[in-house]
Write a new protein. Structure first.
Ligand code: AMP
Ligand code: MG
Length: 494
């Protein structure tokens, strides 16, 4: 092959691309190509659901060059890849410029989805790091993206993981992987903070206008805040974030690194690092081994999200033009979060309609669960099965304080006394997942994959895609965590 032919060779994924974010211009991004991995790539996992969402052809993985292209080893026809610049607050402290240090954006499809290769090599924003992602953390990100979607929680998606035997050094040598991530937008609070902190109001405005026009067009025509579109935008982001946090708290999801550069402007769960689904219900649980102060403990998440929104408000202040209006635009978080959280918890209790006393019922059960660190997912699923006709013993068996549980169960039963039981059971079975991506399940999958057994990725994915279904024969994936699960340490190292 001549040099020229090699240079022009590209894989055609069968997608059509449009400029999207790239049209914002060089102040926002650097055009570059992924860096090929030195060892040949192989498939580790893929999501057909994500492929369908993207509009990929049925045989997408078979077509020439796709594996290489999604590893960053071959260009994708029709794309001009780039990395974007952002800044952010990390662990409560201004961290200055960050940016896509290892995620390279291929572009945006005609269907309005951005496609990124995470771990595809260094960028001008890598800050001395290697631009790579290891297999271990890539499996966690891939599975959790699709798991969150399966749970009905807004998230960036993952099309596939490709792996390679190329060495990547963390605490010890590991192997490289690339996750193809998909989302309507990967823009973070930190993108706004970046231009605001650098007093680049022209770019700040261009970015806000782009995001409003693309994703929040209703802000242009609203009467809220005397037609101040930027304030309406901030309010809309606050509300989406509040709704997202309500879902995290209700399902028992701990993100682990809620820095402002990991906060999606669309209210999506983004950047899966040391996340964890709670095993035993411990409101103060810290899932990130690097988070020594517990800033991102499970019960801190709603407040941290508000703190992060405050940073976004500060960043947007030059556009909003009035501090009081900016503060007012954040106010709705304080009503939307509790309303959404209560709604989600009510659904977990099988209650379609609100009634007085529901909040007390919710608070009481959470207190009982916390007192004995009862397994959160198993409790709710067993309670659902009890509503579905099973006896109460399997739920009761989860508690040492039987009297305390019985008293709560009585008030729960009284609340349901006049309500159709079948409907309540149905709502509960659709609101309380049987399968969540517990740390030990991820760990077992990672260990199998490290031995080149990738079937475990597909097996777990199939359960997590439809986590409310029973999946007969898969009970081992829905059981209590083994003792060693509590010794798993997940840090920011990824
Ligand atoms: P995170 O904690 O994963 O959200 O990452 C924070 C920042 O560090 C982001 O700007 C990432 O792009 C960057 N980063 C993390 N790991 C790497 C890596 N291995 N190579 C380059 N940049 C990285
Ligand atoms: Mg990040």
């Amino acid at each position: 092959m001549s040099l020229l032919a090699e240079d022009t060779a590209a894989a055609d994924l069968g997608l059509r691309w449009k400029p999207g974010f790239r049209a914002l211009g060089p102040a926002f991004l650097t055009e570059l190509r992924p860096t090929p991995l030195p060892d040949p790539p192989y498939w580790v996992g893929h999501s057909e659901a994500a492929a369908r969402m993207l509009g990929l052809p049925a045989d997408w993985r078979q077509s020439e060059g796709t594996l290489a292209a999604l590893t960053g080893n071959l260009p994708v026809a029709g794309t001009q890849p780039f990395a974007t610049v952002y800044s952010g607050h990390q662990f409560g402290v201004w961290a200055g410029q960050l940016g896509d240090g290892r995620a390279i954006m291929l572009g945006e499809t005609e269907g309005g989805l951005e496609v990124q290769l995470k771990g595809a090599g260094r960028t001008p924003y890598s800050r001395g790091a290697d631009g790579r992602a290891v297999l271990r953390s890539s499996i966690r990100e891939f599975l959790c993206s699709e798991a969150m979607h399966g749970l009905g929680i807004p998230t960036t998606r993952a099309l596939c993981i490709t792996g390679s035997d190329a060495r990547v050094y963390r605490e010890m040598p590991e192997t490289a992987a690339v996750v193809t991530r998909v989302a309507p937008s990967f823009i973070r609070f930190g993108h706004f903070e970046h231009f605001s902190a650098n007093q680049r109001e022209t770019e700040l405005r261009a970015l806000a206008d782009y995001v409003i026009d693309r994703y929040y067009p209703a802000c242009r025509t609203t009467d809220r805040f005397n037609g101040n579109a930027y304030a309406a935008f901030l309010e809309a982001v606050s509300e989406r974030t509040a709704a997202l946090l309500a879902q995290w708290q209700a399902v028992g999801f701990c993100h682990g690194v809620m820095n402002t550069d990991n906060m999606s402007i669309l209210g999506l769960t983004i950047d899966y690092g040391p996340f964890q689904f709670l095993d035993g219900f411990d409101p103060r649980h810290i899932c990130n081994h690097s988070d020594t102060s517990g800033r991102y403990a499970f019960n801190q998440q709603p407040n941290v999200a508000y703190w992060n929104l405050f940073c976004l408000a500060q960043a947007l202040l030059p556009l909003i033009g009035d501090q009081e209006i900016a503060i007012a635009a954040l106010e709705s978080y304080k009503t939307v979060f509790p309303r959404e959280f209560e709604g989600r918890m009510r659904a977990k209790l099988g209650l379609a309609e609100a009634a007085e006393g529901d909040r007390a019922l919710i608070e009481a059960v959470l207190k009982l669960l916390a007192a004995e660190k009862v397994d959160y997912t198993i409790f709710w699923r067993r309670l659902s099965q009890h509503m579905d006709g099973g006896n109460a013993e399997p739920v009761r068996d989860l508690f040492l304080d039987r009297a305390g549980f019985d008293a709560w169960l009585l008030s729960f039963s009284q609340r349901h006394a006049q309500l159709p039981r079948a409907q309540a059971a149905d709502l509960m079975l659709k609101s309380n997942p049987k399968y969540v991506l517990r740390n030990h399940l991820g760990q077992q999958t990672i260990e199998a994959a490290s031995q080149k057994d990738f079937s475990a990725v597909a097996t777990l994915l199939a359960l997590l895609e439809t986590p409310f279904e029973e999946h007969p024969g898969a009970d081992a994936y829905a059981g209590f965590p083994p003792d060693w699960a509590s010794t798993i340490e997940i840090s920011c190292s990824s």
